[in-house]
Write a protein that binds this ligand. Structure first.
Ligand SMILES: [Zn+2]
Length: 332
């Protein structure tokens, strides 16, 4: 590089630095090589209060999650509740205290239906009535309440467009919106695999489990962001789908560290759901999955349009091989 070019480059760098707005993302007017905008992601937790996992009591799990939110300075995670679980299950009895702990840690609360209904299996009216029953509890939660519905199983009616549209209209009539996810790593399945392994008396390699959990979700996030950039021409504010699991209680801090290392900024749920994609109503033949998967399908992007480890066969083979150190395929 010549001296002059070096000076010019240095001047450009200074101009770029001068455009950094405190607390905001970098703004640059240099068109030739625009810096990659920060990848932004909010954390969401479904099925709250969730049943017991393989390693922790529900109270231990909540204490660990709350400590992680504090130590990692996580702004405003969102918890999607099934209020029916609060009183009707053994581990749910103390759930109001655990939910209050999440709120005290800065969390907000959304609706995951009262009884975790699968929309493809029930009528729109029954589904909306179950939302209303959950609302009755959520509306007692003051400022923590958000009018967002996270569809159980991310099932928005499957192939039934009339049902899909009836529920979309029902949400709008209630002043609610789809509390969609944009990134999914099927953490619920890894939790299930760990529970099954412990029940079977198998040895679980905890370091390997942590590594698999972290790697899977960082990969899924990057896959989802790449798909989003192809579908939208930009990186939206993402929402990561997690569940209130022991995996999260044990490894969420490691996952947050790894995401930040990978260039992600953890944002609050309000910021994520202010992204213009909240106005999207994808029209696809089978309405289910993340918002980004649906938009990618609607825009007929080339496959793969979903992250491969959301195929439980692939995920379970990895779990057996890496966490249980089993020879995959042997004897099957
Ligand atoms: Zn769920």
């Amino acid at each position: 590089m010549t001296g002059l070019r070096f000076v010019l480059k240095a001047m450009i760098a200074c101009i770029a630095l001068a455009m950094v707005v405190p607390g905001k993302r970098t703004i640059s007017v240099i068109a030739s090589t625009p810096p990659q905008a920060a990848k932004r992601i909010a954390l969401s937790f479904d099925d709250v209060p969730r049943g017991r996992g393989a390693f922790l009591t529900p109270d231990e799990r909540t204490a660990r999650l709350v400590e992680t939110f504090r130590s990692r300075h996580v702004p405003q995670p969102v918890f999607f509740l099934n209020p029916n679980r609060i009183v009707h299950f053994g581990d749910g009895i103390d759930a109001p205290k655990r939910i209050a702990a999440y709120v005290a840690a800065g969390g907000v609360l959304g609706n995951h239906t009262n009884t975790h209904l699968k929309l493809s299996k029930v009528a729109a009216e029954a589904f909306l009535a179950d939302i209303d029953r959950a609302q009755a509890y959520l509306k007692t939660q003051g400022k923590a309440y958000r009018p967002w519905l996270r569809f159980p199983y991310l099932d928005e009616g499957g192939p039934d467009k009339a049902k899909r549209d009836a529920v979309r209209a029902g949400l709008a009539a209630r002043g609610m919106m789809n509390g969609y996810a944009t990134i999914d790593g099927s953490d619920w399945n890894m939790e299930g695999q760990a529970i099954a392994a412990r029940k079977a008396g198998k040895t679980v390699d905890m370091e390997a489990l942590r590594d698999l959990y972290v790697e899977t979700h960082v990969q899924s996030a990057d896959f989802g962001d790449d798909l989003a950039r192809r579908a939208l021409g930009r990186s939206p504010a993402h929402v990561l789908l997690l569940h209130e699991t022991d995996m999260a209680g044990l490894f969420l801090g490691d996952l947050i560290d790894a995401l930040r290392q990978d260039g992600w900024e953890i944002i609050g749920a309000d910021e994520a759901y202010a992204d213009p994609i909240h106005r999207e109503r994808p029209d696809v033949a089978w309405t289910a999955g993340t918002m980004i998967e649906q938009l990618a399908w609607e825009k007929k992007l080339a496959k793969p349009r979903w992250y491969e480890r959301n195929d439980v066969k692939i995920a379970n083979a990895l779990f057996a091989e890496r966490v249980l150190h089993e020879k995959v395929g042997a004897g099957k």
